[in-house]
Design a protein around this ligand. Structure first.
Ligand code: F6R
Length: 365
C-alpha cells in the first residue's frame, strides 16, 4: 500500500534518515557540486605511452555505474568526433585493440575484476591507457605502469559518482585534442541546469509542485519501461533503468527509437497478459522536432498504441548544448528512483545482491 504523504514528510534531513540511512538523496543533491569539482580534477599524465602515437579509436572499459560515463562520452564523440568511442562491459577487450587505441579504464572502486582483466588486455595490446578511479588496485596499476590517471574522491556508491567518472574522461579527451568542440560554455550551462533542477526537484518541494515526486508516485507498483526517443536518449534510458534497478530495487526495462518500432512495439499487443502494471516513460528532446520530424511522429504513434494498455509519461531534456540536455535527463532519474525507493520503503544505497555475488566470486580466488 502506498503511504500517502511519505514524499512530503522527508523535507528535512532528520526526517529522511529512517528511509535513507546512508544518505543517497544527499549525494543526489550534491551532484551539481560533484560535477563542478569533477570538471577540474587534475590528470597525472604519466610517461607510459607516447602521446605522439596517433589514436584512431577509443575504448572505455568499465561496468555499471562506472561504464555509463563511457556511454555519455560516446554520445559526445558521435556528435563531435573525429574518432569512434566503444564502451566495453566485459573481461576482455575486442581483438582489434592495438597501439593506436586509447583505452580508458574506469572503475570507481578500482577493484572491479572485469576492468582489472581488461586493463591487462590493453597493456598486452600495447594500447595507450588512461585510468579514472578513486583508488584500489587500478590506481596502483596506473601508478606503477606510469599510465595517465585521474584520482577522484572516493567513499560513495559508484552510481552516485557519475560526475566524477565522466568529466575527467571529457577533460582527458580535450587534452589529447580528440573532440572537435570547446566544452567550457557547455559545462557551465550543464552545471547551472543541474543546480536549477536540484532546487525544483529537491525534497523540500512538495509533490504538487515537484515533477520528480509526481512521477515516482505514478510509478509505484508499476514496471517502468523507459524509451529514449532517439540517439543519446537511448543511453539515458538505460541509465534510468539501472537507477530503478539499483536505487529502487525493481525490474525496469529500456529501449530506444527507431529500433523499438521494428520489434518491441509488438510486445504491447500482449503485454497486459504478462503483467497488468506497466508504465512507459518517454525521454524526449526539445530539438527533435527540428532535427528529425519523423521521430516526433514515431513517438506519437507509439504512444497512441501503448496508451491502449499502459500509461505513458514524458520527460523533456533541458538546455541548449548536448551535454546539458543529456545530463538534465540523467539527473531527473536520480530523484525519481530515490523517491520511488522511499515509497517502497527500501534503502536506496543497499546493493546486497551485488555484494553477495562479488563475495561468492572472490571465493574462486
Ligand atoms: C554501485 C554501482 C555498480 C558499480 C559496478 C562496478 O553503486 O553503481 O553498478 O558501478 O559494480 O563497480 P566500480 O564502479 O567500482 O568499478
Amino acid at each position: 500500500m502506498l503511504e500517502e504523504n511519505v514524499l512530503d514528510s522527508i523535507a528535512s534531513a532528520e526526517q529522511r534518515a529512517s528511509r535513507d540511512p546512508h544518505g543517497m538523496l544527499d549525494l543526489v543533491l550534491k551532484f551539481p557540486a560533484q560535477c563542478r569539482e569533477a570538471a577540474n580534477i587534475t590528470w597525472h599524465y604519466g610517461v607510459g605511452a607516447s602521446e605522439a602515437v596517433e589514436i584512431r579509436r577509443i575504448v572505455v572499459t568499465g561496468l555499471g555505474g562506472s561504464a555509463i560515463g563511457g556511454d555519455f562520452l560516446r554520445c559526445l564523440a558521435d556528435e563531435y568526433g573525429p574518432i569512434p568511442v566503444l564502451v566495453n562491459r566485459d573481461y576482455h577487450l575486442p581483438h582489434w585493440v592495438n597501439r593506436n587505441t586509447l583505452v580508458i579504464a574506469a572503475s570507481y572502486s578500482g577493484n572491479t575484476e572485469e576492468t582489472l582483466q581488461a586493463i591487462r588486455d590493453a597493456s598486452r595490446a600495447e594500447a595507450q591507457i588512461a585510468v579514472v578511479t578513486s583508488g584500489g588496485k587500478l590506481a596502483d596499476i596506473a601508478k606503477q605502469a606510469s599510465y595517465a590517471y585521474a584520482l577522484v574522491p572516493g567513499g560513495q556508491p559508484p552510481r552516485s559518482a557519475t560526475g566524477y567518472m565522466f568529466f575527467p574522461q571529457l577533460t582527458y579527451l580535450a587534452h589529447r585534442s580528440l573532440l572537435r568542440h570547446q566544452f567550457e560554455h557547455d559545462i557551465e550551462e550543464t552545471l547551472s541546469i543541474l543546480e536549477s533542477l536540484a532546487k525544483r526537484l529537491g525534497p523540500d518541494v512538495p509533490t504538487d509542485q515537484n515533477p520528480a515526486k509526481q512521477l515516482a508516485r505514478a510509478l509505484y507498483g508499476k514496471i517502468p519501461v523507459i524509451y529514449g526517443s532517439q540517439g543519446y536518449r537511448g543511453v539515458v534510458a538505460y541509465r534510468w533503468k539501472s537507477q530503478f534497478n539499483e536505487n529502487t530495487k525493481i525490474a525496469a526495462f529500456s529501449n530506444v527509437l527507431p529500433e523499438q518500432n521494428h520489434n518491441e512495439i509488438l510486445a504491447w499487443v500482449q503485454a497486459q497478459k504478462q503483467a497488468p502494471n506497466w508504465a512507459v516513460i518517454f525521454l524526449r528532446d526539445p530539438n527533435e522536432r527540428f532535427e528529425n520530424p519523423r521521430i516526433v511522429r514515431r513517438v506519437e504513434v507509439t504512444t497512441e498504441l501503448i496508451r491502449r494498455v499502459a500509461p505513458v509519461y514524458e520527460v523533456l531534456a533541458e538546455g541548449e548544448s548536448l551535454l546539458a540536455r543529456l545530463f538534465s535527463l540523467v539527473y531527473i532519474a536520480d530523484f525519481v528512483s530515490v523517491y520511488l525507493a522511499y515509497l517502497y520503503g527500501v534503502c536506496p544505497t543497499d546493493i546486497s545482491y551485488i555484494d553477495y555475488l562479488k563475495a561468492e566470486l572472490a571465493k574462486l580466488g
